[in-house]
Design a protein around this ligand. Structure first.
Ligand code: GLP
Length: 254
């Protein structure tokens, strides 16, 4: 169920679901329908707690409809630099759990940036990843979360609208939000490799999800505030096919 209430001066109009599980199911269904129509669909996949329900719903929906996922390719948005290979906190490891273990994709169907190459030769890792995305024909549907400072993927405030894949330092607030996962701030990575704002904008559909009261302020700034590099998510607003899927708490400041 989503609200019919029109929110003044908000563009695009967000879709507010009664519960975050409804939002996750809605987006998962769209992905399943995309794959049914286009078996070799290219998906842009995201990490973060917001996404776990989407993957759970995707696995359930795919199994219910006996979906053939053998032609799908998934590209991830970003990766921490500095963790040992196979570390469970690598986004690659998290996505392997959801997409390979749970959904049943083959390892070669999940393409992720190489954090070791990114540490040794940042330019080669970034340009190589960008080129792989272009060679795959671009992303059909990109899943996105949002950081409390308005970051998308790891495009921190200040990210240019024409930015492509690159390595960069993580902001204090982003590291604080991740610190629990790493058992404290001092053990939390300081750098990451991320696709750029321009890379994200090339995707044919953008589906951004935000849940919980902790996201209400940034959702309000993203939808109502000026388009600015200080809030990177605002740089996506002029994309022709962007949807915001919110729960009531995330929409509470609108
Ligand atoms: C990380 C990821 C982002 C994600 C954000 C929000 O910083 N790089 O892609 O959107 O976290 O995470 P959560 O969904 O846990 O709030």
């Amino acid at each position: 169920m989503s609200t019919e209430r029109q929110l003044a001066a908000v563009s695009p109009q967000p879709i507010v679901h009664a519960h975050r599980d409804d939002a996750a199911r809605h987006v998962a269904r769209e992905i399943v329908e995309l794959i049914e129509a286009r078996p070799n669909a290219v998906l842009g996949v995201a990490t973060g707690s917001t996404m776990t329900g989407v993957y759970r719903a995707l696995v359930a929906e795919a199994s219910e409809r006996s979906l053939d996922t053998s032609g799908v390719t998934c590209f991830s948005l970003d990766e921490y630099i500095g963790l040992p290979p196979g570390d469970p906190r690598l986004f690659r490891s998290v996505l392997e759990g959801h997409l390979i273990h749970d959904l049943g994709l083959r390892p070669d169907q999940l393409v992720t940036p190489d954090p070791e190459l990114a540490a040794e030769d940042p330019r080669a890792a970034a340009d190589g990843y960008e080129a792989t995305l272009v060679a795959a024909g671009g992303i059909d549907l990109q899943l996105l979360g949002i950081g409390r400072n308005g970051h998308v993927a790891f495009n921190e405030p200040g990210a240019a609208a024409d930015s492509l894949t690159r390595t960069l330092p993580l902001e204090a607030r982003t590291r604080e939000d991740a610190a629990n996962t790493f058992g404290g701030l001092s053990a939390t990575p300081t750098r990451a490799i991320t696709v750029g704002i321009a890379t994200i904008r090339r995707a044919r559909r953008l589906r951004l999800l935000a849940f919980g009261a902790g996201k209400s302020e940034i959702v309000e700034r993203t939808l109502r505030g000026p388009e600015t590099i200080d809030v990177p998510a605002t740089l996506l607003r002029s994309h022709g096919d962007l949807e915001f899927h919110l729960d009531p708490e995330a929409s509470s400041a609108l």
